[in-house]
Design a protein around this ligand. Structure first.
Ligand SMILES: C[C@H](O)[C@H](O)[C@H]1CNC2=NC(N)=NC(=O)C2=N1
Length: 105
């Protein structure tokens, strides 16, 4: 069984968010979110598949939503009672690195 990471403090959440422009804390403070806009529905679908591969590698999964030309993520750690943990920021950082290759903005 994987070890569940510890909930991050408010300060740690703010510091890590500052390193991830475009990501924001949801109004209830329970998840981090970002939406990307792409050039087409097909490009957006490609990004979803790429994110899904990364999520499987990490064994950590966002709420991942495909729109017409948008992809939205909301991330928290279910296994930590829905708290934000280092795993959420690891996933967000990986998505930030792969998204530009899909033309995501
Ligand atoms: C058994 C497996 O490690 C868990 O179910 C993983 C899978 N993906 C997950 N994703 C997220 N976001 N939170 C979790 O706690 C989580 N747990």
């Amino acid at each position: 069984m994987p070890v569940t990471p510890e909930p991050l403090s408010q300060k740690e959440i703010e510091d890590r968010l500052a390193e991830l422009p475009g990501w924001t804390l949801s109004p209830d403070g329970e998840r981090i979110t970002r939406s990307y806009r792409l050039g087409s529905h097909f490009a957006a679908t490609g990004l979803v598949v790429h994110i899904a591969q990364t999520q499987e590698e990490l064994d950590h999964h966002s709420e991942l939503t495909l729109g017409y030309n948008t992809v939205s993520l909301a991330v928290n750690t279910h296994g930590a009672g829905g708290a934000l943990t280092a795993l959420d920021f690891e996933l967000a950082g990986r998505v930030e690195k792969l998204a530009p290759a899909h033309g995501a903005e």
